[in-house]
Design a protein around this ligand. Structure first.
Ligand code: HEC
Ligand code: HEC
Length: 287
């Protein structure tokens, strides 16, 4: 980032300090993540080419959490997000809708969809749009099963997304940002750098300029989404990506975009692309 704009960011952060209290720098820790002593998770990787000159190394949010929180994600018996995965396994096999079909009728087992979560959001040629995995799942439900849409970030949907992440754990995030997805990606990038709210803070002011610093009692990460859905100790449930975006925008005291809105779909594609090279690690555990 250029010096002048960087200085401007700090001016904004400084202006917000009374409300947000940014203090002392302490980078990510050195801990490494292996789940069930079996699945190696890449929590640190060289930044993708599009971040050249901005960020050198990308880190999973796991690296910024306390030892206790980290430990909950190292063994599936201790990970409360696995309850959601289990209920989605049952939903995957359950018939729903007027066509009398279950996910399993067409996709056999969740494991058959291994690798899918790593490449979403993704351009869908037939629909002519970038789709999040939630949009794709709802499309299967409505057009192929004759079932009702699930609420975009409701429990059933978030559990199913957690299952999709679960079967992709350890695989590298690899969303495409060129070709037909490029204009959506550009839109997401613009949102990432736009200052919102009374505090006039962009995502970048916190997650690009201040990661590693403490903000209130929280250790600021790079705001990566490779760990979603995320089980948060704060609200004791699995949280969808767009709900996290909403929370962060609200913290800047701004009106937020709606869950599932084109703006958040674009932002998700962009934020996902900043994590290209990290492992899928959902469902993760965060505070
Ligand atoms: C009647 C068959 C059918 C049913 C039932 C069905 N799907 Fe699909 N699903 C498809 C087809 C066909 C595609 C590929 C569509 C495409 O690529 O445009 C697909 C694509 C997907 C994808 C994206 C795969 C990729 O590689 O991009 C996901 C994820 C998915 N389905 C999940 C589900 C879930 C979860 C359910 C149950 C809630 C479900 N599907 C029910 C037929 C079905
Ligand atoms: C005022 C500072 C601030 C701003 C602005 C902000 N966030 Fe955050 N964000 C936080 C804090 C604090 C956390 C919790 C600690 C952490 O994981 O970094 C967080 C967490 C996150 C996480 C969860 C990371 C994980 O590992 O689970 C994501 C994703 C995220 N933010 C994305 C965004 C996006 C996208 C924007 C812009 C729309 C944004 N944030 C704006 C402060 C901010």
């Amino acid at each position: 980032m250029k010096k002048a704009s960087k200085r401007a960011s700090y001016v904004a952060i400084a202006a917000a300090v009374s409300a947000l209290a940014v203090t002392a720098h302490a980078g990510p820790d050195e801990d490494q993540l292996t789940i069930n002593e079996e699945i190696e998770i890449v929590t640190e990787a060289p930044a993708p080419a599009h971040l050249e000159g901005v960020v050198d190394t990308i880190y999973s949010g796991w690296r910024f959490r306390s030892d206790e929180t980290q430990a909950m994600q190292m063994d599936d018996f201790d990970n409360p997000g696995l309850v959601g995965v289990e209920s989605a396994q049952a939903a995957f096999a359950a018939v729903d809708g007027t066509e009398g079909k279950a996910c399993a009728d067409c996709h056999n087992s969740p494991e058959d969809l291994a690798g899918v979560k790593a490449v979403y959001p993704k351009w869908n040629e037939e629909a002519g749009e970038v789709r999040t995995i939630e949009m794709q799942i709802n499309d299967c439900r409505t057009t192929r099963m004759g079932a009702e849409e699930w609420k975009y970030s409701g429990g059933e949907m978030t559990d199913m997304v957690a299952l999709m992440a679960f079967v992709s754990r350890g695989m590298p995030v690899d969303v495409a940002i060129d070709g037909p997805a490029q204009s959506t990606w550009e839109q997401g990038k613009e949102i990432y750098y736009t200052r919102y709210g009374q505090l006039e803070l962009a995502c970048a002011n916190c997650h690009e300029d201040n990661w590693g610093n403490m903000i209130r009692a929280d250790h600021l990460s790079q705001g990566q989404i490779n760990g979603f859905p995320t089980y948060r100790l704060k609200n004791t449930k699995l949280n969808a990506v767009h709900d996290r975006f909403r929370g962060c925008v609200r913290d800047t005291m701004a009106e937020t975009f709606a869950v599932g809105s084109p703006e958040f779909v674009a932002l998700e594609l962009y934020v996902a692309s900043r994590g290209n090279g990290l492992s899928v690690e959902g469902p993760s555990v965060r505070n």
